[in-house]
Design a protein around this ligand. Structure first.
Ligand SMILES: Cc1ncc(COP(=O)(O)O)c(C=O)c1O
Length: 448
């Protein structure tokens, strides 16, 4: 066999795990003790050796309807047979329009139009670009500044890391976008520790937008983007009244408010979107993950009618927004999305998350008092547990907790820094909630 033939051969090659450069993973540590997942069903992953692993993270905040749902699998299969791909530019297919209408119907107010992409990162960059272009087409092209928040996570595109506020995601990548400023983050352990739901302290931190507006002049600011609940930085629910205050200041100065709901969308906080939970209508909502319950990559931006309308004024043969992706509204993603939304509705999964929230919060708080637990925060079906860092390395204790959880306790958790983040699929039962926190408690004891 020639070298080329060998390279193209379908025969399995010896696999030493080296070829795959894993994202956001310490590759060398992983490859020494791999956590390999072979399949999934319902609330469980199954490791390559067949062990069941209870999913306390909905994969990565995405599998809200649970794993391997027959209805979603069947819809994807049907779609692949019927229409594998349709060009996203200049052509459409029916399920794209149907899914856009269904997603828009879940959003509050006149958030009526949906732009599709393939991930949360693309959704964020799309929303930032729409904000800039919107001001431009209205003759306010001086509005170019974008405001994010410390500790914010908005994916990994250059737009997202520029408005994001996680140091390691930014410091290696040059000067990023210019003209970006950041609000202060909203976490303060002294006033907020062990809070269930939204903390009392912190609404005033939204007023920093006034300071930033005064510094640059409001007419230079295009948009503010925040996560309603900051997830990836360690679960920071918004202080009571904070988002309302941000909305009011944005209104005062004509600044667009973008809520990044990539995690909070599709039931995580007991509502279709956190915007509904908090009674705050943003100008745009970014979404991804839960829209297909993680089964096919998809993201998107829901846009208010006046923003969409502002683009619909030029000659009709001219493209209104010079932006899009080959796989925008991919047929398989749309089919998965429609089947997922059906499941959410038929099984009332958003309402289920809302009903389970108090029990979930109580179960999380049973871990208070365990060695090294500095704070526990809960909101919706989300819990963040801060562990004291080991003197010899930030993040080491939580990383060890994740390893022990997977290998010894049969539970999948997510960690960020020294925080454990839990966000099970919304189909989780009360018994499984008990099991998750019992197992996590054992893990915390083991890494004391
Ligand atoms: C709030 C938020 N925005 C954006 C993203 C990026 O999504 P993706 O990884 O699909 O690009 C994430 C991912 O966790 C997120 O939590």
């Amino acid at each position: 066999m020639s070298l080329t033939e060998a390279r193209l051969s379908a025969a399995p090659l010896p696999n030493d795990l080296e070829a795959y450069w894993m994202p956001f993973t310490p590759n060398r540590a992983f490859k020494k003790a791999p956590r390999l997942i072979a399949r999934a069903k319902g609330m469980y992953y199954y490791a390559a050796d067949g062990r069941a692993v209870l999913d306390a993270a909905a994969g990565m905040w995405c599998c809200n309807a649970g794993h391997g749902r027959d209805e979603i699998v069947a819809a994807i299969k049907r779609q692949a047979e019927e229409l594998d791909y349709a060009p996203a530019f200049q052509f459409g297919h029916p399920h794209a329009f149907e899914l856009a209408s269904r997603v828009a119907a879940l959003a509050p107010g006149d958030l009526d139009h949906v732009f599709f992409c393939n991930s949360g990162s693309e959704a964020v960059d799309t929303a930032l670009k729409i904000a800039l272009a919107y001001h431009h087409v209205r003759g306010e092209g001086a509005r170019t500044r974008l405001i994010g928040r410390e500790r914010g996570y908005h994916g990994v595109g250059f737009g997202g890391i520029s408005v994001g506020g996680i140091v390691n995601n930014r410091k290696f990548f040059g000067s990023l976008l210019t003209g970006v400023d950041h609000l202060p983050h909203t976490y303060n352990r002294e006033t907020q520790a062990f809070t269930k739901g939204e903390p009392e302290w912190g609404a005033h931190l939204a007023d920093d937008l006034e300071r930033i507006a005064a510094l640059h002049d409001p007419c230079t600011i295009a948009a503010v983007i925040v996560e309603p609940m900051a997830g990836s930085t360690g679960v920071l629910p918004p202080p009571k009244g904070y988002l309302q205050r941000l909305r009011a200041i944005c209104d005062k100065y004509g600044i667009l408010l973008i809520l990044d709901e990539v995690i909070t969308g599709f039931g995580r906080l007991g509502f279709a979107f956190a915007a509904e939970r908090y009674g705050v209508a943003p100008d745009m909502i970014t979404f991804a993950k839960g829209v297909t319950s993680g089964a096919v990559p998809m993201g998107g931006v829901i846009v208010r009618a006046p923003i969409y309308d502002a683009f619909m004024r030029g000659p009709e043969h001219v493209i209104e927004l010079f932006h899009g992706y080959t796989y925008s509204a991919h047929p398989l993603a749309c089919a998965a999305g429609l089947a997922t939304l059906d499941l959410y509705r038929e099984e009332k999964l958003f309402e289920r998350a809302r009903a389970l929230e108090p029990k979930f919060g109580d179960a999380a708080m049973t871990l208070r008092g365990l060695p090294g637990v500095l704070d526990i925060r809960t909101v919706g079906l989300v819990a963040g547990i801060d562990l004291a860092s080991k003197p010899d390395g930030f993040g080491k204790r939580a990383y060890a907790a994740m390893e022990k959880a997977f290998h010894e306790q049969g539970v999948m958790i997510r960690v960020t820094g020294d925080t454990i983040a839990l966000s099970p699929p919304l189909i989780v039962s009360e018994d499984e909630i008990g099991e998750i926190f019992a197992k996590v408690g054992k893990v915390i004891e083991a890494v004391r």
